[in-house]
Design a protein around this ligand. Structure first.
Ligand code: ATP
Ligand code: MG
Length: 587
């Protein structure tokens, strides 16, 4: 490819809406062009990268025994009603109607479609197990599309679905996919950390995420891990053992006392001269539309996904002060935030909010509290010296709702946990019968009895993987693509296009590279060398062969983008170095 012909425009400035480096660099280097929020055109350079990522995925999925197909992007509502997800999926599902008024959606994922395809064909245990996958665009109307390709609305995903006759069969396929994923990300030049995770809206029990570890904002997940053993988990799933804390407030009787103008746990503990850990904090959340009061020890935070799982629901957010005021009013109180509790000074519990019942749940940390401090829905007052079963009932739902913090102890080996940020590039889920049961996806076992398929699903964000590679491999000048997914392997840069010797040597190198099957670009533009080098570094060609004045002595400059290492070589040696590196990839 001649640089003068390549359909690319590089830019000097970062786009104004870009917060993270991959977004900035992919726009500036001409890889992607925004159409509308979270929707991008993949320009020729980007498309070459994405095809390489896709092909690595294909090769490894095929090698692992999966078969590729392609399902429709537009899906009918009826299938989503069968699984129960038409209502459960929430705002990310892009719903639309055809000209006959039939409701449809744009595929955010394909569990329903694959189950409907397989149930019509696989009727016997003899046809199982099977694993089917596709590589396709997905659409999710994300609440916050951002970070360029890392969280788009339209994006490319590889999604695979396995069907087995037993849990053991599923376990085996899960391991098989785990290994395939490890190979895929390694081949893409992206080391990943595998972490335990919550299975969220997709359902099921066991799931793991493949994380690219980064210390930047681009990592939307907090990953807790242990250096002393192999424990690592997404914050939505992480658990820890707490160091010893004061859990007895030491009050000798329960009484209501004045706590004027204290609005936070810190202010309350300072005022009462008690440890924050002897305060039972009550937080008001709205889950879908219903209010939930979560009780947790004063020194700890609630993890929203854990709370959502404890009460069941799709959407969770902290209540606004207006909603808290309304909740108070409807239950006959007028306390302001900071003084809320499950039970009022009058002995009544919070019960209603519009047509919804108030749910009260507790984190495990509060169960141990004795003679503790708690709000009683009265501004400027608290109950101190409270005990469960005497002054307040411990809620019937007591679960782990707590957000783990670094320094708490590993649940496996009791050493302090550490935290880092991660970009989730892929995940594997054990779905079990979550889709096969409601959708009647069954086969006949050896005894002729109908049994639901035991399913697994396995996703990889193709576009997100490419962007994560940029997050992991770049410097101030631009992208440093891993060779396996670079749009081209090498660029040949004649310093002066007017110099005939330089041009003829450069052309010869370019031809030799191409004849050897190397994907090369020659920068034939009549530009200053500085401009050419800047573009080459920004776009991120793994190897640059510069043909300048030293060509008179039969030398060229060879630059490796990843390391910045420069060497003076004969043209043929430079060509051979690129060929060797590309051949190394094939091993
Ligand atoms: P996330 O928690 O990041 O929203 P998810 O749990 O919704 O991801 P899945 O539904 O399992 O992810 O999708 C499989 C893969 O698709 C993810 O691991 C990720 O790599 C990719 N992916 C998901 N949502 C997006 C998005 N909005 N933009 C780009 N890639 C995405
Ligand atoms: Mg998501």
């Amino acid at each position: 490819m001649k640089m003068s012909k390549l359909f690319v425009q590089t830019m000097r400035d970062n786009p104004s809406d870009a917060e993270v480096i991959s977004h900035k660099l992919l726009v500036r280097a001409g890889y992607i062009k925004k159409l509308t929020s979270g929707v991008y055109t993949f320009m020729p350079l980007m498309w070459r990268v994405l095809k390489k990522v896709e092909n690595i995925i294909r090769e490894e999925m095929d090698a692992a025994g999966a078969q590729e197909l392609l399902m429709p992007f537009v899906q009918p509502k009826e299938l989503w009603e069968e699984s129960g997800r038409w209502n459960a999926y929430g705002g990310e599902l892009m719903r639309l109607k055809d000209r006959h008024g039939r409701e449809m959606c744009l595929g955010p994922t394909h569990e329903e479609i694959i189950t409907s395809v397989v149930r019509d064909i696989i009727k016997s245990y003899k046809q199982l197990p099977i694993n089917l996958y596709q590589i396709q665009s997905k659409f999710r109307d994300e609440r916050r599309p951002r970070f360029g390709l890392l969280r788009g609305r339209e994006f490319i995903m590889k999604d695979a679905y396995s069907f087995s006759t037993s849990q053991e069969g599923l376990d085996k396929e899960y391991q098989n996919m785990w290994q395939a994923y490890t190979k895929i990300f390694n081949r893409c030049g992206l080391p990943t950390k595998v972490v335990q995770s919550d299975s969220g809206a997709i359902g099921g029990n066991v799931s793991h995420e493949f994380m690219v570890i980064t210390d930047t904002d681009a990592g939307e997940n907090d990953v807790f891990y242990c250096d002393s053993c192999d424990y690592s988990a997404n914050s939505n799933h992480a658990v820890s053992i707490l160091p010893e804390a004061i859990v007895d407030g030491g009050y000798d009787k329960a009484e209501i006392i004045d706590t004027p103008d204290v609005h936070s746990i810190d202010e309350l503990s300072a005022f009462l001269k008690c440890a924050p850990s002897v305060i039972c904090k009550a937080l008001v959340y709205i889950v879908d539309k219903a209010p939930v009061i979560a009780l947790i020890r004063g020194d700890k935070q609630v993890e929203e996904t854990k709370l959502l799982n404890a009460v069941g629901g799709v959407d969770i957010r902290i209540a606004t002060s207006a909603e808290i005021a309304e909740l108070m009013k409807q239950n006959g109180y007028d306390a302001i935030p900071g003084f809320i509790g499950p039970k009022g000074a009058d002995g009544k519990y919070l019960t209603k909010y519009d047509e919804y019942k108030v749910k009260i749940v507790a984190d495990k940390t509060v169960a141990d509290l004795k003679n503790f401090v708690i709000g009683i829905n009265q501004t400027d007052k608290h109950l101190v010296g409270a005990n469960w079963g005497v002054d307040v009932d411990l809620p019937s739902v007591v679960e782990d709702l707590r957000l783990v913090e670094a320094g708490e102890l590993c649940p496996q080996c009791h050493k302090p946990l550490k935290v880092t940020r991660g970009i989730e590039v892929g995940n594997i889920f054990q779905l079990g019968t979550k889709y096969s049961k409601p959708m009647n996806g069954v086969y006949l076992d050896a005894e002729g009895k109908a049994q639901p398929y035991i399913m697994g699903c396995y996703g990889i964000g193709v576009t997100r993987t490419a962007a994560a590679a940029v997050e992991a491999h770049h410097d101030d000048w631009g992208i440093k693509w891993p060779l396996a997914i670079a749009p081209y392997h090498a660029i040949v840069v004649p310093v002066s296009t007017k110099d005939e010797t330089q041009m003829s040597v450069a052309n010869k190198i370019y031809e030799d590279l191409q004849n050897a099957g190397i994907e090369a670009v020659i920068d034939d533009r009549d530009e200053r060398p500085g401009v050419k080098f800047k573009d080459a570094d920004l776009i991120g060609f793994p190897y640059r062969i510069t043909v300048g004045k030293t060509v008179a002595e039969g030398n060229v400059e060879f630059v490796e983008r990843a390391t910045g290492e420069k060497s003076v070589l004969k043209p043929q040696e430079a060509v051979q170095k690129v060929i060797d590196a590309v051949n190394e990839l094939k091993k």
